[in-house]
Design a protein around this ligand. Sequence first.
Ligand SMILES: Nc1ncnc2c1ncn2[C@@H]1O[C@H](COP(=O)(O)OP(=O)(O)OP(=O)(O)O)[C@@H](O)[C@H]1O
Length: 252
Amino acid sequence: MTALTVTDLTVLRGECPVVDQVSLSLQAGEITGLIGPNGAGKTTLLRAILGLQPHSGTSSLASLPARQRARTAAWMPQTREIAWPVAVETLVMLGRVPHLAGGAKPSAEDRAATARALADMALNGFETRAATDLSGGEQARVLIARVLAQETPIILADEPIAGLDPAFQIATMQIFRRLADQGKTILAALHDLGLAARHCTRLLLLDKGRLVADGPPRDVLTPENLHRVFGIAAHVMETEHGLIFQPLEITR
Ligand SMILES: Nc1ncnc2c1ncn2[C@@H]1O[C@H](COP(=O)(O)OP(=O)(O)OP(=O)(O)O)[C@@H](O)[C@H]1O
């Protein structure tokens, strides 16, 4: 089942397209990594897909009314600023806002979804702590928990594992995988090509705003693409643990 359709999406900064006629569709059950070098347009593309960025072309998500969009897609931005010393549980509960009728108090289901999300990110015991007092990685886990609590069919995340230690990076990718196996659709911008290779079912490779490759990780992480787009060579190997990717050297 198609969960998201994007057609000819273009974002201009001045005269210059930073997202250039991107078309794609994502299916339910896919965990897709959006990869590309710094400045390739990953954040801009995700924001345009969500309707947060002026664009031409169409995104099936951007065209939804705001409340329906918030019930359809959860968004984890790259900037992780938590402005207020709000309790962790309260912050995660904010993910339930799209599900509440105006002015309504959280229901038992809202509390259960919040508890599940806190447990998924190993935040039991953190509930009453001020989110601003946590470490950077702990704050990232709180913000992922808020996304999980939203329980939307689609999750868009910009560098969700940046700043997490290796165990939480793997745990987060495994949670995304579990959600995809339940029929949800995950699109995450990722710089760690090793985790992208191992955990994503599909990779979208963006270069200078253009989608230059789209397919299973082994078909996208080719020596040609790695040299042309990232300027690196890497060791890519099928193993019993899945595809292993190790960057080796700069090629230009
Ligand atoms: N507010 C802005 N004004 C002008 N140009 C911008 C603005 N935000 C981003 N850009 C430019 O748009 C291009 C794409 O930026 P974007 O943040 O989407 O890239 P990215 O692939 O997410 O990069 P990174 O991996 O470094 O996070 C870059 O050249 C960037 O300099």
